[in-house]
Design a protein around this ligand. Structure first.
Ligand code: NAD
Length: 361
C-alpha cells in the first residue's frame, strides 16, 4: 500500500518523540512491504521562528495533499505572553480546522506493567480498554453569541452551546463504526435531564443506533460518567460525547493509564476518495518545556499514534496490532523512561520498540 504521510514534529519534546515514532513507521513499512512517502512541515513555535506564523500556507498545502498527518506537540514558553494569533497553539487549532477533523479519538487502556503507575487500585484499572470519542468542532467552544459585555453596573459573560443534528449524527456514526471492530458497545454521555442540547444529542444518537443493530447502546449522564470512570472503567468500550464533556472526561481517562506520555490520540474527518479517513494523529501531551532537549520524554504516546494512524486512516489492523504489541513488550521488559520510573532515554525506548517490532511475527 502507498502511505503518504506528513510529519509535523512541532516544538520541545514533540520533535523528540516524533523522531522515534517516524522510525517505527519506517520499520512497519519495511516489515509489511508498504511504500512510505514522508514529507515534513512546520507547525507551532518553530514555524513562527522560521516564517512568522504558527501555520504557514505551505504546511496547509502539504496537509491537504497527505493521506494522514503525524504531529508531535506545539508550545514554547517564550510565546506565553504573545497575542493569540502569534501563539504556537493557534497552529494546532488551525490545522484541525483545515483538515475538517470533527471526531477526537482517545484510546485509554491499562498495561499490566504499568498498573502501579495508575492512581487507581490495580484491581479497578486492570483490563481497562476504551476509546473516548469526543466531538471536536461544535458545542460551547465555538457557539455564538459569545463574549463579555457590560450591562449597567454588571459585567455579563455569555457562551452558547449549540449542535445541529447532522453534527451529532456524523460523530455518532463514527463511534458505532469503531464499536463494530471492538466489543460492540457505545455509551453516550449527555446531560439530558437539564440541557436541550443533550436532549437532541440523545435523540440523534438513538436514531443512528438503529443503523447498527449489532451494537449495544446505553446512555449515561456526564456527572455519573465522571464517577464511573474512576469506580469501574472496565465497563466502557466506546464512550461517545460532545466537545466540552469530552475535553474534561478524556483528561480524567488519561490518568488511568499511568502517565500522560503513554496516550495517543487521533482526530478524524470524512473519508477521502481513496477510502482513507482524513486523520491527524498526535500524542495527548504537550511540548513539556521542563524536560525538552534531555532525551527523556516518553515516546509511547507518539508511537501509539502511529498505530492509530495505521488502523484508522489506512485500515491496516495487523500492522497497528504489531506496533501495539511491540509497545507492550517493551513495557514488560522495563526499558522505560523516567516518568514510568525507568532509566531509559527516549531514543533507547524507540530503538527497543523497533527491535521488538522486527521480532513480532
Ligand atoms: P505538557 O503535557 O507539555 O506537560 C505536563 C507535564 O507532563 C510536564 O511535567 C511534562 O514534563 C510531563 N510530560 C508530558 N509529556 C511527557 C512525556 N511524553 N514524557 C514524560 N513526561 C511528559 O503540558 P504543559 O506543561 O501544560 O504545556 C507545555 C506546553 O505545551 C504549553 O505551551 C502548552 O500550550 C502546550 N501544549 C500543547 C499540546 C499539543 O500540542 N497538543 C497539548 C498540551 C499542551
Amino acid at each position: 500500500m502507498q502511505l503518504n504521510v506528513l510529519i509535523l514534529p512541532g516544538d520541545g519534546i514533540g520533535a523528540e518523540v516524533t523522531r522515534e515514532a517516524v522510525k517505527v513507521l519506517q520499520q512497519v513499512a519495511i516489515k509489511f512491504h508498504h511504500q512510505l512517502s514522508l514529507t515534513e512541515g512546520l507547525l507551532g513555535g518553530v514555524a513562527i521562528h522560521k516564517t512568522g506564523t504558527p501555520l504557514p500556507q505551505e504546511t496547509i498545502d502539504l496537509a491537504l495533499q497527505a493521506d494522514a498527518t503525524l504531529m508531535g506537540a506545539v508550545g514554547l514558553p517564550e510565546f506565553d505572553q504573545a497575542p493569540p494569533e502569534k501563539r504556537p497553539e493557534k497552529g494546532l487549532l488551525g490545522i484541525r480546522k483545515v483538515l475538517g477533523v470533527y471526531a477526537n479519538l482517545r484510546p485509554v487502556r491499562s498495561y499490566k506493567a504499568l498498573l502501579d503507575s495508575s492512581p487507581l487500585k490495580n484491581h479497578l484499572v486492570d483490563g481497562t480498554d476504551m476509546i473516548i470519542v469526543r466531538e471536536l468542532t461544535g458545542g460551547i467552544y465555538y457557539g455564538t453569541p459569545r463574549g463579555i459585555h457590560q450591562d449597567g453596573n454588571e459585567t455579563r459573560a455569555i457562551n452558547t452551546m449549540t449542535y445541529s443534528s447532522s453534527e451529532i449524527a456524523r460523530v455518532s456514526r463514527m463511534a458505532f463504526h469503531l464499536a463494530r471492530n471492538r466489543r460492540k458497545k457505545v455509551t453516550s454521555v449527555d446531560k439530558s435531564n437539564v440541557l436541550e442540547n443533550s436532549q437532541l444529542w440523545r435523540k440523534v444518537v438513538v436514531e443512528i443506533a438503529a443503523e447498527f443493530p449489532d451494537v449495544a447502546l446505553d446512555h449515561i449522564l456526564v456527572d455519573n460518567c465522571a464517577m464511573q470512570l474512576i469506580l469501574n472503567p472496565r465497563r466502557f468500550d466506546i464512550l461517545l460525547t460532545e466537545n466540552m464533556f469530552g475535553d474534561i472526561l478524556s483528561d480524567e481517562g488519561a490518568v488511568l493509564a499511568g502517565s500522560i506520555g503513554m496516550l495517543p490520540s487521533a482526530s478524524i474527518g470524512d473519508r477521502k476518495p481513496s477510502g482513507a479517513w482524513v486523520g491527524l494523529y498526535e500524542p495527548v501531551h504537550g511540548s513539556a518545556p521542563d524536560i525538552a532537549g534531555q532525551n527523556k520524554a516518553n515516546p509511547f504516546g507518539a508511537i501509539g499514534s502511529v498505530a492509530a494512524m495505521l488502523e484508522y486512516s489506512f485500515g491496516l489492523n495487523e500492522e497497528a496490532a504489531a506496533v501495539n504489541a511491540a509497545v507492550e513488550s517493551v513495557l514488560n521488559s522495563g526499558q522505560v523512561t523516567a516518568d514510568l520510573n525507568g532509566t531509559a532515554t527516549t531514543s533507547e525506548v524507540g530503538e527497543a520498540c523497533r527491535t521488538s517490532l522486527r521480532l513480532v511475527q
